[in-house]
Design a protein around this ligand. Structure first.
Ligand code: NAD
Length: 420
């Protein structure tokens, strides 16, 4: 089929889709309706830079399926962003939301940004991107959240821009905003916290002790840093390897995660962090460890390194960290590496985003205990469904997770029928 999404990440998402659609024996016409995004929007975003020049950035938003309710998804600012990557991430969001039982279709957005922006420039970019999106989004159409390269502050600018346009405050248009303007307790920590909860569940299933075990975390942002903290301080693991975009670091005695976080905050990234030795970035993922958490970009575990991965639990904090080639290798090593697939492992973020949306719509706020308790209950249900289905059908956890999500979207589509 001719389409505009040509990109390795989109290819990966559709290859995964095809494997699961084969397993579920979905007929061809229904496959195409489920696979390709319903809507894709491309915008040019002109931004006045600090030096007085005007730069035009390319931005996107993809709404994958409208069968389940409004769409929901984060916004990525960075160098990997293409319409194809955004479409892949939107598709994964559909299966992820359906697996967790949330009343959303998947969406995603992004802006290709290839330079360091000042705070002022970041604000201009964020506000103008949101302004360009106004005709296509709404609290009951498409709700925006954070992803790589965006944060609470960007969400606050998004919300303020949308609200200024509407003439009143519309906190329910974004999630991941600061608590002081209608955000929820526990959103910032939600994804990393969910990753840690699922690692604990997997370890329990494998009768494996986490305390004093070794963990490696790739990516030291919202997901990676919170996951590293939970593994270290809640479970007593030694975090022997961490990395960010600037480099990877190793310390066999365990890295002081709080010190690393302080350092990254003070210096912008981990470059020169004195609490560990720099190692080649590619070596990080093949360190011998009990738990490996890729929490950065997609495609980092591939056909070339999957046989060298030396962890017992692979907890996919990132979206799409493992390619289809790598999955084939990991399938043969199923009794060595327990995979917690991304659409299950990092679902904590969208689950608490859903809680935030509900609270914003009702103007009725929950405390953090309530948020975390409800988060863990939803993750527990999903974990049980995925591991049971994998066992019963003798399929990998990823196939099981995708099959559950895809089936739910397919049933909704079939119930609603084809218009006209
Ligand atoms: P973030 O921007 O807060 O942090 C990203 C981190 O990854 C940074 O430390 C950055 O330096 C590092 N990084 C970037 N490129 C890298 C590379 N090539 N190698 C090593 N490190 C690299 O982003 P985040 O919100 O933590 O998101 C991380 C991943 O988790 C993404 O794949 C994202 O889609 C996924 N995710 C995030 C959420 C969420 O709630 N934030 C939810 C679900 C999934």
């Amino acid at each position: 089929m001719q389409h505009i999404y040509s990109d390795p990440t989109f290819q990966m998402a559709t290859d995964q889709f095809d494997l699961v659609a084969d397993h579920l024996q979905i007929p061809k016409d229904l496959r195409d309706r489920l696979k390709f995004p319903k809507r894709s929007i491309g915008v040019s975003v002109p931004v006045r830079m600090d030096d007085g020049s005007t730069q035009v950035f390319q931005g996107y938003r993809v709404q994958h399926t409208l069968a389940m309710g409004p769409t929901k998804g984060g916004t990525r600012f960075g160098t990997t962003v293409t319409i194809g990557e955004v479409a892949a991430l939107a598709m994964w969001m559909s299966w992820k939301c359906a697996l967790a039982g949330l009343p959303y279709g998947g969406a995603k957005g992004g802006v290709y940004v290839d330079r360091k922006l000042s705070l002022n420039e970041l604000e201009h970019l964020s506000r103008r991107y949101m302004q360009e999106m106004i005709p296509f989004i709404g609290p009951h159409i498409d709700i925006i959240g954070p992803d790589m390269g965006t944060n609470e502050q960007v969400m606050a600018w998004f919300m303020d821009t949308y609200s200024a346009y509407m003439g009143y405050s519309v906190p329910e248009i974004v999630t991941g905003k600061p608590v002081g303007i209608g955000g929820t307790y526990g959103r910032r920590e939600a994804t990393g916290r969910g990753v840690v909860y699922l690692v604990e569940r997997a370890a329990h299933l494998l009768k494996m002790k986490l305390a004093d075990g070794r963990a490696v975390v790739q990516g030291f942002g919202n997901v990676g840093a919170v996951a590293a903290q939970g593994l270290a301080y809640k479970n007593g693991m030694k975090i022997i390897g961490i990395s960010d975009v600037a480099g990877a670091y190793y310390n066999d005695h365990g890295i002081d995660i709080r010190a690393a976080e302080r350092y990254a905050l003070d210096h912008g990234d981990l470059t020169g962090f004195p609490g560990a030795e720099p190692i080649p970035a590619a070596d990080l993922l093949t360190l011998r460890c009990d738990v490996l958490v890729p929490a950065a970009v997609s495609g980092v575990i591939h056909g070339g390194n999957a046989s060298k991965i030396q962890c017992r639990i692979l907890a996919e904090g990132a979206n799409g960290p493992t390619t289809v080639d790598a999955d084939r290798v990991l399938l043969e090593r199923w009794n060595e590496v327990f995979v917690i697939p991304d659409i299950l492992c990092n679902a904590g973020g969208v689950i608490v985003s859903y809680f935030e949306w509900v609270q914003s719509l009702q103007s009725l706020f929950w405390n953090e205990t309530e948020v975390v308790d409800r988060l863990f209950r939803l993750l527990e249900t999903s974990f049980g469904l995925v591991t049971r289905r994998a066992r019963e059908e003798k399929i990998p956890h990823r196939t099981a997770a995708l099959a559950i999500g895809l089936e739910r979207v397919m049933k909704a589509r079939q119930s609603r029928g084809l218009f006209p």
